[in-house]
Design a protein around this ligand. Sequence first.
Ligand code: ADP
Length: 257
Amino acid sequence: AESELMRTQRFESLAMLAGGISHDLRNLLQPLLLAGDSLLDYRDDPRLARLGSLIRDCGRRGLDMVQSMLSLARGAPRTEEIRLGELFAALQLLLQGSVPKSVQLSTRIDPPELSFEGNYTELQQCLLNLSLNAIQAMPDGGELKISTGREYLDVDFIRAGEAVREGHFLRLTVTDTGTGMSAEVLRRLYEPFFTTKAEGTGLGLLSCQRIVASHGGMIRVQSQSGLGTRFDLYFPLNSCPAEPVPQAEMVASRQGR
Ligand code: ADP
């Protein structure tokens, strides 16, 4: 198996690459945004104004993505108070065009006023990656459940070797009733560029893992071939944000709950 050190080194070079690309992209996007803004001045020509707002919106989204790539490369996310209700509402908008009719989406926030100190864009990115994976795992339709809540995790749950401390966690869960995963896929989930899809990047789960780790949290996966998959992301809720945990990943389990 790949050692912790090798994995870290591989990520470091990936992060450096991403950091370099992000920097150049940002320099490209900024003038584009300015151009979009100046098109908005032509109010009497609705076509130009529409183009202006399109350029500006895409540019902003691009800059956001670049920002999150840069912070992924730096591993030091800016944090803010995130209201989970807001995060879920925005996620549903983002997913709107991607959930086929055959997939039934449900969300649950318990308690509804739940909030969490973390990086909004990064958490959004995690949920989006997991949800899109879930949808892609259900070509014949099924159920996609996205939920969040507080959970107390004890030592029994946090297995030996985990650097994460016992305590209260924010749990983000994405469950699907799709294809599930083989033991081999489960083992290789976080390998850079590992994908079973023709058009996959193999970076989605790696990026989730880094985001969760930089918040001091961990991921648990449960999957059964033919039945579906459940991803639980756990973020510590303790008052002072702990030092980012170098690697915090739960052992993949093959049983459903
Ligand atoms: P990508 O989606 O680009 O392939 P990811 O890192 O997100 O990259 O996922 C890696 C692989 O893990 C996928 O190609 C797929 O085989 C598997 N996988 C991830 N999520 C699921 C899921 N919910 N159900 C089944 N397989 C999954």
